[in-house]
Write a protein that binds this ligand. Structure first.
Ligand code: ATP
Ligand code: PMV
Length: 431
């Protein structure tokens, strides 16, 4: 059994679309899990059944003729583009010769979806609780943690494990292979080549990320040839960057769900339109935004370093932070203020509601509270969510002081590991 984390896109929304800039993505404790069961019997077809029992009609089964995998159909006529595309890409890549029967079971942690019309069910060990929804997956509201990226990453891993000996997700080559396959599958399912930050975070965990050239993936999807896919996955330098980066000790991420929602594609098209119409001004804004994004990453790294070299002094700064003295963390505070300042300029000048006034008010208030280093609208922004960086000990006070505001803090934290192997015994009673 394997799992992949959800993400909070803290810095670098929009800019990450251009490989000139890097972004900072935090991996979360909410994860997506995939358990594989393989029967090596030699039937006439290969069968892959993906079950997602938390959702109504959550079962997609494919009969695959290994001589014509391009003709694969779902046997009930159901559609799950992310499941289908992951299977198609895996079979194109592996081109297996022997039939198998594979059953994959998916679980997703509660924070990925709204819990409306759902019932909890806990494993026999009491270690895992999942919510079971009365609606199909495409009708259940999402919270924006990147469920499709998590699904594609853990499904790719589980499927690959069925065809590999000594499979180890701690091996760098294996992890890169999973990442590359998952990126192609995710782009194919979405029908567009995004920046891929969500798939990269689902695979590698908390990272500073630089995207790949979209042409690399485009060419392979167009040619749909085994040798081109193998060449891209195993023998091509994607020139991406995924450097590990995480929050310093005692600093936690708080993700707040906001009632409302935004349409990311509309926001993105407005921003790109503005960039085309105002090339000089937008370059100036993006340059400032980028230097604040990178200053945030550097200041978190410096704090990490400081906490290791001078743990006692670091503890004292954390204590003062909880009491409202933020001076030990001034670089983080000012870089987040800088990020917000330029995100707001982009909002006003492009007309895309990236940090709308309602979010500005909420974030300003949160930033005034003791222990809060700062907060941003994650990813593409809008009315979906906010995220804060807060001293762990200040969290109860922040929750108390925001209880009458229109924000619901999600029960999650940073968990910097990407794909990992899970102990299946925790899931007894659910599988
Ligand atoms: N637990 C799951 N089981 C099966 N399919 C899933 C599951 N979670 C996600 N999916 C697939 O991913 C789709 C949702 O992907 P979509 O790109 O619309 O949202 P998302 O990746 O969650 O977006 P965001 O980045 O805003 O969180 C679902 O309709 C379904 O096809
Ligand atoms: C605007 C963009 O940079 C981020 C979108 O992030 P999210 O889907 O809102 O988490 C687009 C992208 O990187 O694909």
């Amino acid at each position: 059994m394997f799992s992949a984390p959800g993400k909070a896109f803290v810095a670098g929304g929009y800019l990450v679309l251009d490989p000139k800039y890097k972004a900072f993505v935090i991996a979360l404790s909410s994860r997506m899990y995939a358990h594989a069961h393989v029967e090596k019997e030699a039937g006439e077809y290969t069968e892959v059944c993906v079950k997602s029992p938390q959702f109504a009609e959550g079962e997609w089964c494919y009969k695959i003729d290994l001589s014509r995998p391009d003709l694969t159909q779902e046997i009930h006529g159901r559609h799950n583009p992310f499941v289908k595309s992951t299977i198609d890409i895996l079979f194109l890549y592996l081109a297996p010769k022997q039939n198998k029967r594979i059953t994959i079971t998916i679980f997703s942690d509660p924070e990925y979806h709204s819990q409306k019309d759902s019932m909890p069910k806990t494993s026999k060990t009491g270690l895992k609780t999942f919510y079971y929804h009365s609606q199909p997956i495409n009708k259940v509201a999402k919270t924006g943690l990147g469920s499709s990226a998590g699904l594609v990453a853990c499904l790719t891993t589980a499927l690959l494990s069925c065809f590999s000996e000594n499979f180890d997700v701690k091996n760098e080559t294996t992890l890169t292979r999973i990442h590359n396959l998952a990126q192609v599958a995710h782009c194919h399912a979405q029908g567009k080549i995004g920046s891929g930050f969500d798939v990269a975070a689902a695979t590698f965990g908390s990272i500073v990320y630089r995207r790949f050239d979209p042409q690399l993936v485009n060419r392979v999807i167009e040619s749909w040839k085994n040798e081109d896919l193998v060449q891209l996955v195993d023998n091509t330098d994607w020139k991406i960057e995924h450097t590990k980066c995480c929050l310093p000790p005692g600093i936690k991420l708080l993700m707040g769900d906001i009632v409302g929602g935004s349409e990311t594609p509309k926001l993105v098209s407005k921003v790109l339109e503005w960039r085309k119409k105002e090339p000089e001004r937008s370059l100036e804004v993006w340059t400032h935004l980028n230097s604040n994004n990178m200053r945030l990453v550097e200041s978190l790294e410096k704090l990490q370093d400081f906490s290791k070299k001078q743990p006692e002094t670091y503890k004292l700064s954390l204590r003062s932070l909880v009491e409202g003295n933020k001076s030990g963390f001034s670089d983080v505070v000012s870089s987040i203020q800088g990020i917000r300042q330029y995100m707001k300029i982009m909002t006003q000048e492009s007309g895309a509601e990236i940090e709308p006034d309602q979010q500005t008010e909420l974030l300003d208030y949160c930033m005034s509270l003791n222990g809060v280093l700062g907060g941003v609208v994650p990813g593409a922004g809008g009315y979906d969510a906010v995220c804060l960086l807060v001293a762990q000990e200040a969290i109860p006070e922040v929750v108390e002081r925001t209880k009458d505001l229109s924000v619901t803090w999600l029960n999650l934290h940073e968990q910097e590991t990407g794909i990992r192997e899970e102990d299946v015994s925790s899931f007894i009673g659910l599988l």
